[in-house]
Design a protein around this ligand. Structure first.
Ligand code: NAD
Length: 359
């Protein structure tokens, strides 16, 4: 089945709320910012300035995306003054250095951003009386990968071999400490969320398969795959965002939530990298794939899947789009981009297709 009857999110809870999104200039943050603007939230952001081709720059907002929303989360004074000035009621924390390969080169920066940046945010929020809900995005890679086939559950051990994964595991531990000590007894709902392998329009990151495909079309060079049979549990960017929003809704309504939630596709949804590339090129109508097989690397060592029973049970959350729809929506976004269409309209259309309840 490729489509599941959606759970309706009550977007009215966000109307007029002061909501701070860190990482709003990034791939996931820009979609979230747009959704919250449609929902009528009073928004502010905190991120590094966006690259010129960033998704956020193609979106229209009532208020300007400008320098007062730019800062470095590694600098405590900068994030603290944003939090004090805006006094948010809800915070979605997405600011991070999110790339594994980069974390091997910019290792200290990765820990400073992902670990100390997270601590700086928590510390900035500790005396805020207006704060009602904190949704703190980490990653599926926060789990210690013990190479098993079934899905990781929220109580499984965190940790990581590469610096990115370790930084996300480490900030999970810091978060749990703040939640159980500093924020203990306060009327604040807070949880971490773990998702991964997100695809969708507006991602221009290095080292990710879909942007690599689009760049290969633009440069008229083949995209090279070394492990075309690697499988990943792909999901459209709107899927984890719907989880974060549903979690925030339940928090704002005073529901009981646990300290961490997984948001991933159904366990049957793992598809190969080659299927993704062929699917994207199929919709776009061009693009060349070159396979340079690495015969010594037949075993797929790092597949990591999430068990999402907790989100299903506590939040009645479930993914809405299957693999084919995910590929189609993603490829259609980039096709429109390559054809110089108005990307604000395309993004908003996809949001309203996904969240019918926003219409
Ligand atoms: N995209 C995925 O597949 C994926 C998977 C798992 C987890 N995540 C997590 O989701 C979040 C968003 O990821 P994304 O794919 O949108 O990444 P992205 O690189 O597109 O965006 C990152 C955002 O963080 C901001 N940022 C980075 N360093 C900062 C700093 N020092 N100070 C302030 N802001 C800073 C950037 O300006 C940007 O707005 C991250 O926490 C990431 O680890 C993403």
């Amino acid at each position: 089945m490729d489509w599941i009857a959606p759970l309706k999110i009550d977007f009215a809870v966000f109307k007029g709320k002061r909501i701070l999104v860190t990482g709003h200039t990034g791939f996931k943050g820009s979609w979230l910012f747009k959704i919250l603007e449609i929902a009528g939230a009073e928004l502010d952001g905190f991120s590094l300035p966006p690259e010129s081709n960033a998704h956020i720059n193609s979106l229209k907002f009532e208020s300007r995306i400008g320098p007062d929303q730019f800062g470095d989360i590694r600098n405590f004074d900068e994030i603290r003054s944003k939090v004090v000035d805006f006094d948010p009621q809800v915070v979605f924390h997405l600011a991070a250095q999110p790339l594994v390969r980069k974390s091997f080169v910019e290792t200290r920066e990765t820990f400073e951003t992902n670990f100390m940046g997270g601590v700086n945010l928590l510390e900035s929020l500790r005396d805020r009386n207006s704060l009602e809900a904190l949704i703190f995005i980490t990653s599926d890679k926060a789990y210690e990968n013990v190479e098993w086939e079934w899905g990781y559950r929220e109580n499984d051990q965190v940790g990581g071999i590469d610096p990115y994964s370790a930084s996300k595991g480490a900030v999970e531990i810091a978060f749990a400490s703040y939640a159980r000590s500093i924020f203990n007894g306060r009327d604040i709902k807070m949880a971490t969320t773990r998702a991964g392998n997100v695809i969708g329009g507006g991602d221009w990151s290095e080292d990710r398969i879909v942007p690599d495909c689009i760049r290969s079309v633009q440069n008229q060079r083949p995209v090279v795959l070394r492990n075309p049979n690697s499988t990943r549990p792909w999901q459209h960017v709107l899927e984890p965002l719907s989880g974060y929003l549903r979690l925030a809704e339940v928090m704002l309504k005073g529901g009981n939530v646990k300290s961490a939630y997984n948001f991933g596709p159904n366990l049957t949804a793992a598809h190969t990298v080659e299927e993704v590339v062929r699917g994207i090129f199929g919709v776009i109508g061009e693009g060349e794939l070159q396979v340079e097989r690495n015969s010594s690397n037949v075993h797929e060592a790092n597949l990591l899947q999430l068990n999402c029973d907790r989100a299903k049970q506590d939040l009645s959350w479930q993914p809405r789009w299957g693999f084919e729809r995910t590929i189609a929506e993603t490829a259609n976004w980039y096709k429109a981009y390559l054809e110089n269409k108005g990307m604000n309209e395309i993004t908003e259309h996809q949001i309203r297709e996904y969240f019918k309840e926003l219409n």
